[in-house]
Design a protein around this ligand. Sequence first.
Ligand SMILES: Cc1cc2nc3c(=O)[nH]c(=O)nc-3n(C[C@H](O)[C@H](O)[C@H](O)COP(=O)(O)OP(=O)(O)OC[C@H]3O[C@@H](n4cnc5c(N)ncnc54)[C@H](O)[C@@H]3O)c2cc1C
Length: 394
Amino acid sequence: MSENTFAPIARQQESRTLTPLDSNAHVVVIGAGAFGGWTALNLLKQKFKVTLVDSWGAGNSRSSSGDETRVIRSTYGANEFYFNLNIRALQLWKDYEERWQRKLFENKGVLWLCHQRKTPVVDDSIPFAQQHGMMYEELTRNELAKRYPIVNAEDLSHAWFDPYGGLLYAREAMQTVQQAFVQEGGTFIQAQLTPGSINHARMQSCQLSNGQSLIADVFIFACGSWLGKMFPEILGSMITCTRQEVYYFGMPELNAAQYESFPVWIDADGHDWYYGIPGNHHRGFKVGVDKRGEAFDPTHGNRVLNTDVLHGARTFIAHRFPGLTNQPLVENRVCPYENSPDGNFLFDQHPEADNVIFLGGGSGHGFKHGPALGEWVTRCLTGLDQIPGDFLMR
Ligand SMILES: Cc1cc2nc3c(=O)[nH]c(=O)nc-3n(C[C@H](O)[C@H](O)[C@H](O)COP(=O)(O)OP(=O)(O)OC[C@H]3O[C@@H](n4cnc5c(N)ncnc54)[C@H](O)[C@@H]3O)c2cc1C
């Protein structure tokens, strides 16, 4: 499993071209999270007949896309594909906000707290940023402490400020995508889908928990953390699920605004990778830990916090933001990561059925890309683009 979310490993495998969909194809997308929801919407825009199925609905509390907020950042180390995908996503988030008249993106910037002089996850992205005419701001330790007095910068080397990123309202975005999909003529069904059998290299139909049988030309399984268990022989060891905790700490009574207005931040310590999203609808100072948690069952697992993980987060927060020491926990969530072995997304065909597509492996960083990913997946399904080797099954 990849050690962290911030720079997936490039594998340089050969790319794959899919057989383009027929123009009158009926496509069933299973999963209305960031991967399935945006893909369904984009396929619909290309005039395909699209049915979107989800057991519990878009942005539900069991899904990975169901938390309040997610970070959007361009920095991806030396990985240009994700950098460019995010540049497209940034534009599309703004376009969709405008179209839907919904505030989904807060451009409050992303502050990287760097422990070492060389921090590849940021440094190696700088040339890509320059190609796009983007400038990140480097702050010395003293500048950081002066600009953001709530940070204890003593053990930091420096910081980088990415003024283009910020936060996304995750659950709200996915529910808006689902509504737009239906308004634009798509069919949404709330039911659990069981994959059908494969005959002559095709899956003809799938069974729904409401008794309905769905026949389609193509089935796209965008089932997040559930993918590994759904296709255990093929994806069982490829998509694994871990429990990840996020905490919302109260902010001090007298200077809450100072915390609320703080940028999204990532502590690049190379081990725990604590990160935070302050100021999301006044819910508190959100802190997450990217270090992989225990194996988790996304359907039956209880979402009760692990006191050891909370203790670690409290210790960290008291050190990095001393003004938050002893602040109460005002909310918490447990979310599933749908991990691929190297942190790359999964986008490939079932080895025995051409019309079955797997889409997922967001590995803790997939949400931000949603609109651009859906657009790009649609291009690959219509023969206009290829799937790079990094996304194929391994
Ligand atoms: C704590 C945490 C923090 C994260 N932080 C960030 C971040 O800051 N930035 C970022 O970009 N990404 C982040 N991510 C990752 C991102 O949220 C995920 O990569 C992304 O949401 C995955 O979307 P998905 O559509 O693959 O999965 P999901 O959102 O889980 O959607 C899968 C859907 O499939 C449905 N489903 C499953 N099985 C069936 C079935 N049999 N029949 C019908 N429906 C089914 C489920 O109900 C679910 O809605 C984070 C993830 C977590 C958990």
